[in-house]
Design a protein around this ligand. Structure first.
Ligand code: SF4
Length: 188
């Protein structure tokens, strides 16, 4: 019926059984906001366990699968989530103080179609620099989420560079807690 729903499934379940309504041109977020975006065509060949997902660079993580409806732009949604992830850190470690805000700003540039020639290379470099350098794994998970988005949404990134977007609805799909910080000033 198209209504959002939550289902609980056992580990090892074929993702094909869970993604029967998903179109080939959609993407699936596996493992939540520290997880990985995969094209649906790749995800349907896997099962919900780390051994299978590792082959695609994904992992069960938070155990959450999300597929934005076809009328939403997952690139724009991802940029909003990365901004949220960057602002959620207390900024006590170098990767969260310096790397995540830069990655969030770059993702926004890409999402609004204003990326410069170096933007994607910068994101890749920062993702490499922040990984494994924090006191916890928040930077690692955020870098994984960002890198996978740029691969899974490469065609959408090109569309945005040409001033186009496949999303027809601006209604947010990926949830961000109500009242979350929107700028750094919100913490001051
Ligand atoms: S790496 Fe972890 S502990 Fe360090 S600032 Fe980031 S979120 Fe906080």
């Amino acid at each position: 019926d198209g209504a959002p729903r939550v289902v609980e499934v056992p580990l090892g379940m074929p993702l094909k059984a869970l993604l029967s309504d998903v179109r080939a041109d959609q993407a699936v977020l596996i493992g939540g906001y520290h997880g990985s975006w995969l094209p649906a065509t790749e995800a349907v060949r896997l099962t919900l366990d780390n051994q299978s997902l590792a082959a695609a660079g994904a992992r069960v993580g938070a155990g959450i699968l999300l597929t934005p409806p076809p009328d939403r732009c997952a690139l724009i949604e991802t940029a909003a989530v990365v901004r949220y992830l960057a602002l959620e850190s207390a900024g006590q470690c170098g990767p969260c103080l310096n790397g995540l805000p830069r990655m969030a700003a770059a993702l926004t540039e890409i999402a609004v179609g204003r990326q410069r020639g170096q933007t994607q290379a910068d994101v890749e470099r920062w993702a490499g620099l922040v990984t494994g350098r924090g006191a916890c794994h928040h930077p690692d998970g955020t870098a994984r989420f960002v890198r996978s988005a740029l691969i899974a949404f490469a065609a959408e990134v090109s569309r945005h560079q040409r001033g186009q977007c496949t999303g027809t609805s601006k209604r947010p799909f990926l949830p961000i807690p109500h009242g979350s910080a929107r700028t750094e000033e919100d913490w001051m």
